[in-house]
Ligand binder design. Sequence first.
Ligand SMILES: NC(=O)c1ccc[n+]([C@@H]2O[C@H](COP(=O)([O-])OP(=O)(O)OC[C@H]3O[C@@H](n4cnc5c(N)ncnc54)[C@H](O)[C@@H]3O)[C@@H](O)[C@H]2O)c1
Length: 249
Amino acid sequence: MSKVALVTGGIGGIGGIGLATVRRLAADKMKLVVADVSDKAERVTEELSSEGIDVALIHCDVGIEDDVKRTMDEVNHKYGRLDILINNAGIGNTEVKLTDLSIAEWQRVIDINLTGVFLGMKYGIPLLESSGGGAIVNVSSLLGFKGKKLMSAYNASKAGVITLTKNAALEFGRQNIRVNAVAPGVIDTPIVDGWREQEQKWKILSTANALRRIGTPLEVANAIRFLVSEESSYITGTTLMVDGGGLTF
Ligand SMILES: NC(=O)c1ccc[n+]([C@@H]2O[C@H](COP(=O)([O-])OP(=O)(O)OC[C@H]3O[C@@H](n4cnc5c(N)ncnc54)[C@H](O)[C@@H]3O)[C@@H](O)[C@H]2O)c1
């Protein structure tokens, strides 16, 4: 029987980590469900279907509890199971000093990047449990490990994801559910377009790692694929750096 995998934020950014993950898991013959808010979602889903990928789209804002609950209900109704959950949806933040950071901007970033992961697990784990177990990968960031000026909300949200991953791994290991995270460094996706436009900054950011280059969405998708596969059957509660050595730099 094909596994059913749900990827949040799996469609919007053309060239995003979510879309690369959808293609990577589809290559393993999984049935894909994508939860996204993007206005490009329908068009990209049609393109994926025309490539022969078994994919369903659910409009879902991961920061809204009712949306996430409805998404899991729809997955249950359509497939009767869920085997793999990738909490990937995320946003950057407006770069301002902590003292200038509005509560509205703080809340917007925390709602999507951290509460979104919490809600995905809160409503996804019961489905994984009733399917006999499964695997979750939460997308954190190199910036969940180290500080970066003007990125307080993003840094805090991604650090929270690392700890939340450990909590879930501890609480649901006995139910045969493995929960891990990936921490990408600078990856070539639309989310870093703002940095790319600033020539000097981009030169520094894109080479601030041991490999001296930016990463690709496929390189992150490959790590995610490993963490949901049987090859990682004794790995849970961990965060895998996919940063070209950015943390050690
Ligand atoms: N690109 C990088 O350098 C980098 C580095 C570290 C971590 N990350 C993380 O990787 C993940 C994917 O980002 P990406 O780089 O592919 O960027 P992206 O902008 O291409 O993808 C983000 C996706 O999330 C979706 N999304 C945004 N808000 C949403 C919401 N409220 N509900 C549902 N979907 C929503 C977008 O439509 C899009 O499909 C994010 O969590 C991001 O923080 C990216």
